[in-house]
Design a protein around this ligand. Structure first.
Ligand code: G
Ligand code: G
Ligand code: MN
Ligand code: NA
Length: 249
């Protein structure tokens, strides 16, 4: 079937699910937060591919709302089972910036599950943030005013200027895998300087796609705050997260 039909069916028939990938605090070895990653339940379709189709077909609006609600519902489930609440990051597509009712939907969902907005983080790619329009800034400022956190995803894959970091309301930068690999092979003063600059703008730094122990040590020396990657954990089903929730890596 066409991917668009598969997605439409999945939305209707409970065919979507979220995996969660831990972000480990380099100083404590504990999980500080999670990133939610969308999957189709019964199919092995690449998320990058079906997200693209979702964006082109407009289905991303309903899918984005499903992701938001499911992540918040899961946070409440973990809390009700006695796990301490930890932030969950949700990936947000540029198209969703046109969902005028999203903010009120989010507000109602947080109310329904009694989750504090500061535990929800919205990840938006560097390239979308940099195409910043009046609309984008208004949307982000509304999220910020509600108390949500905002992360700039895939940093280092586009053309971001440090300038943007001074006025786009972001709390966190996610260094893309490719940028981390480049920096790890340079003199560590480069990474220390970049991260130092970001820290002076009050940004938290997550390094993504970390698979090797030596990369972890280099990033720790460079002042990075959080590490996300297969070295610690692949994206896991919610039941498997319960086995590592309070783990010390
Ligand atoms: O899970 P994986 O790393 O394969 O994801 C591939 C791409 O799909 C990444 O760019 C990721 O940000 C994106 N992605 C995963 N889940 C979601 C989601 O719920 N919404 C959006 N918009 N993108 C997602
Ligand atoms: O674009 P975004 O950063 O949201 O996408 C994250 C993607 O990276 C997810 O699809 C996730 O499955 C993938 N990922 C997470 N950790 C690793 C890793 O250590 N190595 C690789 N190759 N991919 C990873
Ligand atoms: Mn992401
Ligand atoms: Na990324």
């Amino acid at each position: 079937a066409e991917i668009e039909d598969i997605l439409r069916d999945a939305l209707r028939d409970d065919g979507l699910r979220l995996l969660y990938q831990p972000q480990i605090n380099v100083n404590t070895g504990k999980i500080d937060e999670f990133e939610a990653l969308l999957r189709l339940k019964n199919r092995n379709l690449s998320p990058a591919k079906f997200i693209e189709v979702a964006e082109m077909s407009g289905l991303i609006i309903d899918i984005g709302r499903w992701v938001t609600k499911e992540a918040i519902r899961q946070m409440a489930e973990w809390r009700d089972k006695g796990y301490p609440v930890k932030p969950v990051a949700i990936n947000f597509s540029g198209k969703q910036l046109n969902d005028r009712e999203y903010i009120s939907f989010l507000h109602d969902t947080l109310q329904e599950y009694q989750i504090d907005p500061r535990y929800v983080e919205i990840e938006i790619t560097e390239s979308i943030l940099v195409e910043e329009t009046e609309n984008t800034l208004t949307f982000l400022n509304e999220l910020k005013a509600m108390g949500l956190r905002i992360a700039m995803d895939d940093f280092g894959t586009g053309y971001s200027s440090i300038n943007y970091l001074t006025f786009i309301p972001v709390n966190k930068i996610k260094l893309d895998k490719s940028l981390c690999e480049k920096f790890i092979n340079l003199d560590n003063s480069v990474m220390c300087s970049l991260i130092g600059l970001m820290h002076s703008l009050n940004l938290i730094i997550t390094a993504e796609g970390i698979e090797e122990t030596y990369q972890y040590y280099r990033l720790k020396e460079g002042g990075c705050d959080l590490i996300q990657g297969y070295l610690f954990s692949k994206p896991l089903a919610s039941q498997d997260i319960e086995n590592v929730y309070n783990y010390n890596f």
